[in-house]
Each structure stands twice: as structure tokens, then as C-alpha cells.
Design a protein. Structure first.
Length: 186
């Protein structure tokens, strides 16, 4: 692609051999050059912009969304504070100042709404996290209580009823260190 002779004009060159074999040669907008074996496509910046707009519009239509709804929402938000959608001032400078101020207020309201929404989401996330921590804590507390009750029952069963029944814990046969520790305790 090269710049054309005039501003905002462009040229794209293609090899004539390839263009001659193309099945869409009769529909192609390129033109054969007289002195060189090439085909040229001439276009302007305006045509490029138009093609890009058409492509974006087709892409949006394919998704099923409507861009116009978002733009009209902003216009409605700017006009809403005024009765019957009419400004209470006359003159181009005053109207432009009032519309700019109304648009700025609309943007500030939307930013505030967005920030409040973020705060609310963070608060809900913190609450969910706290509930999860409380649930985990309750599981551990109930397990600890169960373990204490079991150990208490085991201790009650092993308390000697007479002086001759002294409780001695069993010593593992495989650990010399534990034997020495238990022998010191006895």
C-alpha cells in the first residue's frame, strides 16, 4: 500500500498473474495498469472509514446488542432534569454551558452508582467469607467438644478404683526414647 498523489488517497498493488487466475476477477474493483504488469486498487480515507463503520455495525448486529440504546440513555439522562426536555435558558453559550453541566452531573451520578455497586459487592464478599470462617470455626469447635467428651470418657474409665489399680499407659515396644520418658514418670 502506498500514498496516492492527493492527500488522503491510497494505492494498493497486486500482481497481474495472480489477479488473472482469480475466479472473482470480473467482480474485482482493481484496475490493470498500462505500463506495469500490476493491478491497482485506489481508495480514499473516507472510503476506508466507511468500510470500517460498516464492519463494526455488522459485528454489533451479529452479537444481537443495540448500541443506540446506550447513546439514547445518555441523552435522556442529560435532558431529564428539565421540564418537557427543554432548557430554561436562551442563547448558544448558556445552552452549551447548561448541557455540559448536566452531562457532567450525569457522569458523576453514574460513577457514584458504579462505586456504590463495587462497595456493595465487596461487602457481600466479606460477609460470605465471614460466614464461611464461622462455619469452619463451628465445625472445629464441635469436633473439639466431641474429642474432649471422648477423652473424658476414656479417662473416667481408666481411673483406678483402688490404690492397687494404678493406671500406667502402655509403652510402645519400638521406641527406646518413649520408654525412658515413661520410666522417669513412673
Amino acid at each position: 500500500m502506498q500514498l496516492g498523489r492527493k492527500d488522503h488517497r491510497y494505492l494498493a498493488y497486486f500482481d497481474s498473474v495472480i489477479c488473472g487466475d482469480c475466479p472473482f476477477a470480473d467482480q474485482c474493483p482493481t484496475e490493470p495498469l498500462k505500463r506495469r504488469p500490476k493491478h491497482a486498487l485506489r481508495f480514499s480515507q473516507q472510503e476506508t472509514d466507511l468500510a470500517l463503520r460498516r464492519k463494526r455495525s455488522a459485528d454489533v448486529r451479529a452479537t444481537g446488542h443495540n448500541l443506540r440504546a446506550g447513546a439514547e440513555s445518555m441523552v435522556r439522562s442529560v435532558k431529564h432534569p428539565f421540564r418537557n426536555g427543554k432548557l430554561p435558558v436562551r442563547g448558544k453559550p448558556r445552552v452549551s454551558m447548561l448541557v455540559l453541566a448536566s452531562a457532567a452531573m450525569t457522569n458523576i451520578r453514574r460513577i457514584q452508582w458504579y462505586r456504590e455497586k463495587l462497595r456493595e459487592e465487596k461487602r457481600k464478599a466479606r460477609e460470605a467469607q465471614k460466614q464461611m470462617q464461622d462455619a469452619i470455626k463451628n465445625v472445629f469447635v464441635s469436633f473439639w467438644g466431641f474429642l474432649q467428651r471422648c477423652l473424658l470418657q476414656c479417662v473416667i474409665r481408666t481411673i483406678p478404683t483402688t490404690d492397687s489399680d494404678v493406671f500406667r499407659p502402655p509403652i510402645p515396644a519400638h521406641s527406646d526414647h518413649l520408654r525412658s520418658v515413661f520410666s522417669r514418670i513412673r
